[in-house]
Design a protein around this ligand. Structure first.
Ligand SMILES: *Cc1c(COP(=O)(O)O)cnc(C)c1O
Length: 416
């Protein structure tokens, strides 16, 4: 083996391969499901663990005008990303900003004290609902001498999630009291009204109540003479499920607003589990594969054990392979003695506990397993696959968490 001359790039053989072509295809397929609506690409949480540096430019290339993040930090990161290596460079209109200047970035989780300057400097569109959030923005805008209606904000309404947003109808009075903040002389412009559905994958009416509350709140907003341009609600399940789209479209139309949906998970090739079960109306391609290589091999005799606390005991002579990946990389420890990886097109079960930085797999059923062989932790090989849903089932969580858990020390590589 040749020594790597520079370790500026991690040389440990653990990496994630991203098909940006699949990401672009997924974005376009989702957009085709709601042709009259805008489709914001959610790239929060490092693009669901995929790597925002690669994914945000790919979404823009696929036609996304809006990207969604959940912190100002992420928004700044997205704004200052270099151009997509696969596209000709975008002309720079500002020396420090490289994302196309017409890309809009929605910060979907409010803003915190100390963040208003970055919101304005990087032209982020924050979601807001607490009066203090509006105070922070208005104060910063005045300090900069910004003209009326120059700072776009998106008002979040809580229609039943009870997480963030102004709750309606409970806080109708507070809503009415907030609206003058967007008057013609204010630097703040109410560009969008948004809400989030709690059970959009439940296709039999779970969302109708929330849409009803949204409709009543919009009546109040427009009755006070405030005219937001965009109405946005709905995630991957809303787009793929389809049943709530007509009501949202009608509501936007009634108020002369554009409709926008905000899918995340589906962009990355995963669909929620619908109730009742329903196959997604479009074929989504998984964007990420997570891989490593065999770095050592051994054979243990019957009765010998593997790993911490000897939780695996060999019933017969067993061939074991070492993989240099562990729970510190986000490979869940609950996969101990339960998960499988793919090697030479076969399934190799995990033997013993997943360690912090290593895992041992049983390769007795993999003929010819050798040092250097690729092992697929997540993805496809031959006729088999391991999906984030498979891992989620084994570890008692959802695909979202499996993907987001892939550690920062795992390099993300674009593979076309
Ligand atoms: C995460 C998130 C989404 C995307 O949800 P998916 O289920 O991943 O499609 C949309 N809107 C908001 C406000 C979110 O926080």
């Amino acid at each position: 083996m040749v020594d790597s001359p520079s370790l500026s790039r991690p040389a440990r053989p653990v990496w994630a391969e991203l098909s940006l072509g699949a990401l672009r295809g997924n974005y376009r397929a989702l957009r085709a499901l709601a042709p009259a609506a805008e489709v914001l690409a959610v790239v929060k949480a490092n693009a669901y663990g995929h790597g925002v540096d690669l994914c945000a430019p790919a979404c823009i290339r696929a036609g996304a005008h809006w990207l969604g993040v959940t912190s100002v930090e992420e928004g700044v990161r997205v704004r200052t990303l270099g151009p997509d290596p696969q596209v000709p460079p975008v002309p720079k209109t500002s020396p420090d900003l490289q994302t196309p200047t017409d890309t809009r970035i929605l910060v979907m989780s409010g803003l915190h004290p100390g963040e208003a300057a970055a919101v304005l400097a990087h032209r982020l569109a924050p979601s807001v609902w607490e009066p203090y959030q509006l105070d922070l923005l208005a104060a910063e805008a005045r300090q900069r001498g910004l003209p009326p209606q120059s700072v776009p904000v998106h008002l979040e309404l809580d229609t039943g999630m009870a997480r963030q947003g102004l709750s309606v109808p409970g806080a109708r009075n507070e809503l009415a009291a907030l609206l003058p903040r967007f008057a013609a002389h204010s630097p703040l412009r109410l560009e969008g009204v948004m809400t989030h559905f709690h059970s959009p994958e439940v296709l039999e009416g779970a969302t109708a109540l929330q849409i009803g509350r949204l409709a009543a709140a919009l009546e109040l907003i427009t009755a006070q003479g405030v005219r937001p341009e965009l109405l946005h609600a709905g995630n991957s399940a809303t787009l793929l499920g389809g049943s709530d789209l007509p009501a949202l479209e009608a509501l936007a139309l009634r108020h002369g607003m554009g409709l926008m949906l905000r899918p995340g998970l589906a962009l990355y090739g995963y669909a929620p589990s619908f109730v009742p079960p329903q196959a997604p109306p479009v074929a989504l391609r998984r964007v990420l594969a997570w891989k490593t290589r065999i770095t050592s091999l051994r054979t243990i005799q019957p009765g010998e054990t593997v790993g911490y606390n000897a939780t695996y005991r060999a019933a017969q002579a067993t061939s074991l392979a070492l993989l240099p990946v562990g729970y510190a990389d986000g490979y869940n420890r609950l996969l101990s003695n339960r998960g499988t990886v793919l090697i030479r097109g076969e399934r190799a079960p995990i033997a013993g506990r997943v360690s912090m930085d290593q895992v041992v797999v049983d390769v007795s059923g993999v003929s010819g397993a050798s040092i250097g062989d690729e092992a697929v932790l997540l993805g496809e090989q031959g006729i088999h696959s391991v999906t984030a849903d498979d891992i989620a089932t084994l570890t008692g969580t959802i695909s979202y968490e499996v993907l987001c858990a892939i550690g920062a020390r795992v390099p993300r590589l674009a593979v076309g």
